[in-house]
Design a protein around this ligand. Structure first.
Ligand code: PLP
Length: 272
């Protein structure tokens, strides 16, 4: 018997040998949420859980060839853009997704790692603003990325307004890096704040949380959820992956994208 196919999410991502961030994070999150991840490698990084050592971008022609191979073979239900690395790759990705205006485009505007190491050249910022963000259904910057992408804006609300003015339909600004007792995430759309999501602040520092969240959003869009519910479910899932995270290296914790499968294996306590 042939199984019904899960929705396919085409991911543009860098690789991370720790398995914490990048393509591995995307594949785990998407699979965990009932999607099939097709992965276009935009860059190869050398990093561990303490920092980036080096990275090299994929040849642009090869990025295009990877994407075209998938798009000519499979129906794609959503695109997810993570690390692009340079403006030339961003332009190529922009021209590919332009051919699929009805497919939701979820953008994690990666320019630095959460620890501050560069993951892009200086030109990527402009390419994100002029080529990628105008096509985005949802962009998921953390508050530091939002300020970097909208340098003229003096508040996070103003950053969101600017990113929507550039063309992103919805903007989710995550609040982990803000100095608040709880973590406050804000979703904007139709040029206004739509919803605020408040989560308990977890004690660890996590590697790959942004990738996990944007992929979870892509999964929700691929399943056809409306944007507010899509983001609500993705945030809850991501928080659970962090809560069940683990520290296997010497630096940051890794989210456990398959926490629910591990829970199924836990022996039942005697009094239940
Ligand atoms: N490495 C790659 C390939 C990434 O795509 C990203 C973020 O998207 C990172 C590292 C950084 O992850 P974090 O910000 O969680 O440290």
């Amino acid at each position: 018997m042939t199984q019904a196919s899960p929705p396919v999410v085409l991911v543009f991502a860098g690789t991370d040998p720790t398995g914490g961030a990048g393509l591995t994070a995307d594949v785990l999150a998407l699979a965990s949420l009932g999607c099939h991840a097709a992965g276009v490698v935009t860059a190869v990084t050398a990093q561990d859980t303490t920092g980036i050592k080096q990275f090299s971008c994929t040849d642009t022609e090869l990025v295009i060839a990877q994407a075209r191979a998938v798009l000519e073979d499979m129906p794609v239900a959503a695109f997810k853009v993570g690390m692009l690395g340079n403006s030339e790759i961003a332009a190529a990705v922009a021209s590919i997704v332009e051919d699929y205006p009805d497919v939701p485009l979820i953008v994690d505007p990666v320019q630095n790692s959460g620890r501050g190491d560069a993951l892009a050249d200086d030109m990527l910022d402009g390419a994100l603003r002029s080529l990628i963000i105008p096509q985005a259904s949802l962009i998921t910057p953390n508050s530091l990325e939002a300020r970097a992408l909208a340098p003229g804006a003096d508040t996070l609300d103003a950053c969101a307004q600017e990113l929507m003015s550039l063309g992103s339909e919805f903007v989710l600004i995550t609040g982990t890096h803000e100095n608040t007792p709880e973590v406050i995430h804000r979703l904007y759309g139709n040029m206004r704040l739509l919803e605020t999501f408040v989560f308990e602040r977890l004690p660890g520092s996590y590697h790959g949380s942004g990738c996990t969240l944007a992929s979870a959003c892509a999964a929700s869009f691929a399943h056809g959820l409306d944007p507010v519910n899509a983001v609500a479910e993705a945030l809850q899932y991501t928080w659970e992956t962090l809560k069940h995270g683990f520290r296997t290296g010497m630096g940051q914790h890794l989210p456990n994208r398959l926490y629910w499968a591990w829970e199924m294996d836990e022996p039942e306590s005697e009094d239940t």
